[in-house]
Design a protein around this ligand. Structure first.
Ligand SMILES: Cc1cc2nc3c(=O)[nH]c(=O)nc-3n(C[C@H](O)[C@H](O)[C@H](O)COP(=O)(O)OP(=O)(O)OC[C@H]3O[C@@H](n4cnc5c(N)ncnc54)[C@H](O)[C@@H]3O)c2cc1C
Length: 427
């Protein structure tokens, strides 16, 4: 795989990761994890913590994928409301799944604490401001559903939201005390360091080219060797390739684009997100933003396909920031970068038994900091043949998306349609 170095704010400011080498030779491992992002590293950490012999192989390096490029917002829950999750899974399973998805941020912050991961972690909460009266009603109902289940989530009126954001653009929204922010590449590297500390082996520049059943083992072929493993976890998400084509075709990778300004002046730092929450709004093509420890404003939104997407995306992010924070005037940007988000047809993450001894965990729909860390733990338990004991998530049958090769065009058409809908928004 040819990969570029990502010139993001995160790459410029994260502490160096552990020194790693490329895999070479012929090896045997009990457990192999393919992919060194939140899912793969959390899986490796939890496997090693349970005494398993585990090897992680990443085509590039830990954090090369979405885990090193995202907004660093620790977002509780899924796109679905807890009531919808309960109805979907029913009986006792529904509330257990709600507990699992609600606990993602606890798992992230507890790993950070346990392993002393230095990643600018702040548990200051997460905001979802609503831009229309209709979305305000939806978000308020969501807050009410979580509050009824004992979560520290509440509806916020327009005045309070204006004070929290430093902008009167929104009509109110939701405050979720479970969320927060991290430096995502630093967190990824910290997970890698923790997994190494527990005895995992991690290799960079080690693309797995093929994966074949070999008796009751799996044979992995790499450019400079082979690995025989009893159990294999696929944690490649939006960066999935041909090694398991049905898994790749169960997801649509959608680009998301981010920019980081120069540090804001002390006056604006005091006014804009003084509580340092992460924010994602309610536009169809949602905008998400936060400030970092140095006062840079970091904004992301759904990217555009084709060239010159970066210039167009920068213009659209700049327009969004001016709309929300008109007092900022002309802004200077130091960093811009993209990453791929894995979207699933049902907007749910998936835990898969792909074949005997082969597992997959994918599809966080832009909410992977907490959920991928959680799914890494769950898929590790699955590979160990154990129940987690505390968290539960259903194992689903893999369903490749019909006409997947046309999905990029489908996403492009959908993005254009949603943009028009956002521009014509009802008040
Ligand atoms: C721009 C952007 C902003 C986002 N913002 C947020 C946010 O603020 N909050 C939030 O909760 N979520 C956010 N997300 C989503 C979140 O980043 C992802 O859900 C999460 O990082 C997925 O982690 P992962 O480990 O499953 O996959 P990844 O981190 O993508 O890791 C997959 C890895 O697999 C490796 N790989 C692929 N094929 C092979 C192979 N054949 N052999 C070996 N290795 C291979 C790749 O090199 C890669 O490192 C964002 C995503 C993007 C792109």
């Amino acid at each position: 795989m040819h990969y570029e170095n990502v010139e993001s704010l995160w790459a410029a400011t994260a502490p160096p990761g552990p020194a790693l080498t490329a895999f070479g030779g012929d090896a045997v491992a009990d457990m192999v994890v393919i992919g060194g992002g939140f899912t793969g590293l959390s899986a490796a950490l939890h496997l090693a913590d349970n005494g398993a012999d585990v090897m992680v192989l990443d085509a590039a390096y830990p954090g090369f994928g979405a885990s090193g490029r995202n907004g660093g917002q620790v977002i509780p829950g899924l796109k679905w409301n807890p009531g919808e999750i309960e109805s979907r899974y029913g009986g006792t399973l529904g509330p257990q799944v709600v507990h699992t998805v609600a606990s993602g941020p606890d798992l992230v912050f507890s790993l950070i604490e346990r392993f002393g991961i230095s990643c600018a972690a702040l548990r200051t909460g997460w905001l979802q401001p609503a831009h229309t009266s209709q979305t305000l009603a939806t978000v308020s109902a969501r807050a009410e559903q979580w509050a009824r289940r004992g979560a520290p989530v509440r509806a916020v009126d327009a005045n309070e939201m204006a004070a929290l954001l430093g902008s009167s653009f929104y009509r109110g929204g939701l405050f979720d005390g479970r969320g927060g922010t991290i430096q995502p590449l630093a967190y990824t590297r910290g997970l890698a360091q923790a997994a190494l500390q527990l005895g995992a082996r991690i290799y960079r520049d080690s693309p797995v080219h093929s994966l074949q059943a070999d008796g009751d083992h799996w044979l992995l072929t790499l450019p400079q060797g082979t690995v025989r493993a009893r159990r294999v976890i696929l944690a490649t998400n939006a960066y999935s390739d041909q090694i398991h084509d049905p898994l790749r075709r169960s997801l649509v990778p959608v680009p998301s684009y981010q920019v980081a300004t120069k540090p804001l002046s002390a006056e604006f730092r005091a006014r804009i997100l003084p509580g340092q929450q992460g924010v994602s709004d309610t536009f169809n093509l949602l905008r998400y933003w936060r400030v970092d420890a140095t006062g840079r404003l970091i904004m992301g939104a759904r990217g555009l396909f084709g060239q010159p997407s970066q210039a167009e995306a920068l213009r659209s992010h700049d327009a969004a920031l001016r709309e929300i924070y008109p007092m900022l005037g002309s802004l200077d940007y130091d960093y811009r970068w993209t990453g791929m988000v894995a979207i699933t047809e049902d907007h749910l993450p998936h835990l898969h038994d792909l074949a005997p001894g082969l597992y997959g965990a994918v599809g966080y729909n832009g909410r992977g900091v907490a959920m991928a860390t959680m799914m890494g733990r769950l898929v590790a338990q699955r590979a160990l043949g154990r129940e987690d004991g505390e968290y539960v998530f259903p194992v689903t049958t893999l369903k490749p998306i019909l006409f997947h090769r046309f999905s990029e065009w489908g996403v492009r058409a959908t993005v254009s349609y949603l943009r028009i809908r956002d521009q014509q928004r009802a008040i």
